[in-house]
Design a protein around this ligand. Structure first.
Ligand SMILES: C[S@@+](CC[C@H](N)C(=O)[O-])C[C@H]1O[C@@H](n2cnc3c(N)ncnc32)[C@H](O)[C@@H]1O
Length: 241
């Protein structure tokens, strides 16, 4: 079971953590869950449809295997220090990687309690238990409950297209990342593919934010974050640090 004293060392002094269940902590009062993915059916649709490999290949033009490779490389980029998986969801693409990773402490953070529970159960099934240096944290990516400069590695898959306010989350990532740390992010963006119409339809219904790669990259520029990027289909892979 997770060791709360270890987690407390990186938590801001003005933040109180509430135990939701073994291994899951929340910055919110018991019963509160502001995550939009906690609506009825939303977490299941996300987990079953949006994370399906055929859906992602056909609709968005990339392989979900790319996530595992990105996550693996990022975890291997440093042999020490804390890892943050920011907006980890249900660990649909990465649970296998984390199941064989134990040498550094990891915080899995998300605003959806339902997806955190799914992520925990997915990891538990693969590992048999949750290591004492792995923590599920129910909190807001736009107001991270951590001290400055505490994470050597930040992985954030598919959060940016859920947020209107990309600059706030980028400034939070910069704040909590160590000076020599690194971060990898992915997000859906517009492309010249036919799927652009579907992306814009989803954006019109409020399900996500549709951005061009120029808009996305200029947000990093404005935050003075020098990044490299690669685009596959409608997905941008971004590396910072
Ligand atoms: C598209 S899902 C991606 C989940 C996971 N990283 C993946 O790639 O499967 C977006 C995730 O962002 C989370 N999220 C959205 N807004 C958030 C916020 N302000 N703070 C923390 N998590 C947030 C949602 O709950 C959801 O789990």
């Amino acid at each position: 079971m997770a060791d709360i004293n270890m987690l407390s060392e990186i938590i801001s002094e003005d933040v109180t953590l509430n135990l939701v269940e073994p291994d899951i902590y929340s910055v919110y009062s018991t019963g509160d869950s502001p995550g939009s993915y906690d609506g009825i059916g939303a977490s299941t649709i996300y987990d079953v449809v949006a994370c399906n490999r055929f859906y992602n290949w056909l609709m968005w033009g990339y392989s979900v295997k790319d996530y595992a490779a990105l996550c693996e490389d990022s975890l291997a980029s440093s042999s020490e220090g804390w890892v943050l998986d920011l907006a980890c969801g249900s660990l649909a693409f990465t649970a296998e990687i984390y199941a064989i990773f134990s040498n550094r402490p990891v915080v899995f953070l998300d605003q959806s309690l339902k997806l955190l529970r799914k992520g925990k159960s997915r990891l538990e099934k693969l590992k048999g238990n949750i290591s004492e240096n792995m923590f599920f944290l129910h909190a807001d990516a736009l107001d991270l409950p951590f001290k400055d400069n505490v994470f050597h590695t930040i992985i954030s898959l598919n959060l940016l297209h859920c947020l209107n306010d990309v600059k706030t989350v980028l400034s939070e990532i910069k704040r909590v990342l160590t000076v020599d740390g690194n971060s990898v992010l992915t997000t859906l963006i517009q492309s010249s593919r036919w799927s652009n119409r579907y992306l814009n339809m989803l954006a019109g219904s409020g399900a996500l934010i549709s951005r061009s790669s120029d808009d996305l990259l200029s947000a990093f520029d404005e935050m003075e974050m020098q990044v490299t990027h690669e685009i596959k289909g409608n997905l941008a892979f971004i590396k910072y640090g």
